[in-house]
Design a protein. Sequence first.
Length: 278
Amino acid sequence: MIRGMRTIPSGWHEGHLDVAGRSLFYRWSDGPTDAVPIVHVHGFGISGSYMMPTARLLTGHSVNIVPDLPGYGRSQNRDHTLDIPELGEALIAVLDALSLDRAVLVGNSMGCPILLEVAHAAPERVERLVLVSPAGGVQNQPLGRAVVQLARDSTREPPRMASVAVPDYLRFGPINALRLFHQLTRYPSLERLLHTPVPSLAVLGSRDPLLPPPQRVLEVARLAPEHVTLVLIRGAAHAINFSHPGELSNVISAWLADEPVLDDPDQPGEPSVITITR
């Protein structure tokens, strides 16, 4: 049951759901109800507000849903900070609470490992998977290296992002953030992508300091099954959902429609599909 529902500008609504006995905050849009809903999943330490720039541009396709995961943003805390597998279980519980049999899942950063957990545990619930800046793996180890990469990325993101990110990080707490970030660096996102059982799109930024070196990206692309597509957005850093929502929504829209991914001349960034001769 939805509690505290209210309508906010531009055809969006927000409210709270009861999930596993705790209050979970989420936003949802108006949109075509005959299409599979799109659910956007944020990264570590931050809330769903971070995903809204891209979600707003995809409402012409279907209903878009943007939750704050348990313990993040305006959702109630659990008894402990959930790890990545537990967040995957929590996301399935959110789908259950929303009576969604299937959804297109869009994640950024830590949201990508969470979506991969769902895709492997319950592939029948996933229509398609969109992994934007999938973090984790040997390129982010050890932890000190990943912290430097994250600091470098902060200088490449739009300044306006601070007004969204800083309050969320302060609420989440530095100890929780460090513990979960350490776990994230050890999660082999790109490797798990190779074995995902559902159609998947990975979108990478050419200026993302958390990205593996180009030769590793090409190696993953070469090993990827036919139902996995890799796209590089030139000029983008890690927070593509926030910094390049127009170009990202253009890429997602084309891929969902099984159309060629082309550049949107009205948006910053230039996408290119990483094609490999097999």
